[in-house]
Write a protein that binds this ligand. Structure first.
Ligand code: SAH
Length: 470
């Protein structure tokens, strides 16, 4: 299956900057279910074409998948999947052209919002619903459409037409818009998805579609087909799109996260860096992130091969859905996918799933717990899960005085139950060590003020082999 994107914009080679792919190379990307190749059949100042060729391995597609044998022994090998543009192409777009799809171009940021005359050719595109559906989906978005129906077999014309088309879509638009609309609408035309459709697909649809899907006359068909006729999900998507549901706003235009509101973004990066450094210094391989939120730390852990098994745990299922979407779990190659697990659970309860990791991280979580919850958490983590290393961060309340909008008495977030001083954190760490047989090192993260200390407090707890729990 082949997607060719052509522009006659001048200078046409700007396309390669946006795609983050060098025009003089043929590059290959392994995707788990096959290989994607990117190459440029033509590059000149006046015209540039980039191809994304997807070579699907039909065996890799079914190997080890639940339900692989349900459809009969041959169906999984003898089918159109390796040959047609399908949801696999959407996955390839999101993986190989991730920066262009997400609208980032660090080297030439001025190109992101620039509209180009673009033509996307798709070979061969199944249109289950016929040519009418193709028009119905793309014409309202302003595309010019040229579609040629492929015969089932050119030698036996009496067998009639196939549901497959050679399609060229043209529009003057940003590359991000083109890729986003292809990403959503290709699986809609194919009406088949190669993976399980759950909440995270709803999030993806809203993220990708919020700018253009709400006003699309075929939004119901698009939503139902994209979400594989899961009525409940489709209804929620339509409601969100039509009514501007606040939770949708939340997904589509994420409000600044807690850390962004209260702190310079740099501090968050420094915090993640300090946590990773502490994990490495402790030689941790298998790590569980407790109260993982939307998976910021998990993403870094996943991208670092020195870590093996990774898990994220959170009490909020909605947050975990977002983490799954942000980490693109369903699109990860099998080997990567097997490394990571998301666990829905509470830190209040002893849980077997939290055991077996070298290290646990608890980043900006404890300050959300009520005093009685903190007591339960202490036993759940340090007595029952009992990893070799615990890396924990929490705000330094003293530092708040430096931020005018918070003030010396206020808190950084309305959900924080406490923000400890350095003395309070040190004495809590001492108590934990004495009760559970750990040793602790306490450090500051971020720019240190002579009087008030650093904005974030970091505690690194290691099991004390000499001293047992009290
Ligand atoms: N560690 C993440 C998120 C911090 S926000 C980061 O640094 O980005 C705090 C997180 O703790 C939220 O996602 C919240 O849902 C989670 N949380 C709060 N109480 C919890 C509990 N009892 N059990 C598990 N997670 C909890």
């Amino acid at each position: 299956m082949l997607l060719t994107i052509t522009t006659t914009h001048q200078s046409a080679s700007d396309l390669s900057w946006l795609l983050h792919k060098q025009p003089d190379k043929c590059q290959a990307f392994s995707l788990g279910f096959g290989t994607a190749y990117v190459f440029y059949p033509q590059v000149s100042d006046t015209e540039c074409s980039a191809c994304l060729l997807l070579d699907v391995d039909p065996v890799a597609l079914v190997r080890g998948r639940p339900g692989a044998l349900e459809s009969g022994p041959l169906d999984q090998y003898v089918n159109d999947r390796p040959y047609v543009v399908s949801s696999l192409m959407s996955v390839a777009i999101s993986r190989v052209f991730a920066s262009a799809l997400n609208g980032t171009c660090n080297r030439r940021p001025e190109l992101i919002d620039r509209e180009f005359p673009l033509v996307a050719k798709l070979e061969v595109l199944p249109c289950r619903g016929g040519e009418g559906l193709l028009d119905g989906l793309f014409a309202p978005l302003g595309y010019g459409i040229e579609a040629t129906r492929c015969p089932l077999d050119p030698v036996f014309s009496q067998w009639g037409e196939s549901p497959y088309f050679s399609v060229a879509l043209s529009k003057t638009t940003t590359l991000q818009t083109l890729l986003t609309q292809l990403y959503v609408l290709i699986p809609v035309l194919d009406n088949y998805k190669h993976y399980y459709v759950g909440e995270s697909e709803l999030t993806k649809l809203l993220e990708k579609g919020h700018r253009w899907l709400g006003g699309h006359p075929q939004r119901e068909i698009i939503t139902r087909r994209y979400l594989k006729y899961q009525g409940r999900l489709a209804r929620r998507a339509i409601e969100c799109l039509e009514e501007g549901d606040p939770s949708f706003q939340d997904i589509a235009n994420p409000s600044p996260t807690e850390q962004q509101l209260e702190e310079p973004p740099k501090l968050n990066q420094q915090r993640m860096g300090a946590v990773i450094a502490a994990l490495k210094a402790a030689g941790a391989k298998h790590v569980i992130d407790l109260g993982c939120g939307e998976g910021r730390l998990l993403r870094t852990l996943l991208s670092d091969k020195s870590f093996g098994r990774i898990a994220g745990m959170d009490v909020s299922s909605r947050t975990l859905e977002r983490a799954a979407a942000r980490l693109k779990l369903e699109e990860l190659p099998d080997r990567q996918r097997k490394r990571i697990e998301l666990i829905h659970g509470s830190l209040m309860y002893r849980d077997q799933r939290l055991t077996g990791y070298d290290a646990a991280t608890v980043v900006e979580v404890i300050e959300h717990l009520e005093a009685y919850q903190l007591i339960a958490f202490e036993r759940v983590l340090f007595e029952f899960a009992r990893p070799q290393t615990v890396v924990l961060t929490t705000p330094n309340g003293e530092y708040n005085g430096k931020w005018a909008h918070i003030g010396a008495t206020g808190k950084r977030h309305r959900d924080h139950r406490f923000e400890w001083t350095r003395d309070q954190f040190n004495s809590w760490a001492d108590t934990i060590c004495a009760r559970f047989g750990y040793r602790a090192r306490v450090l500051g993260i971020g720019e240190t003020d002579e009087a008030l200390g650093a904005p974030t407090q970091l505690g690194i707890f290691s099991q004390d082999i000499n001293g047992g729990a009290q």
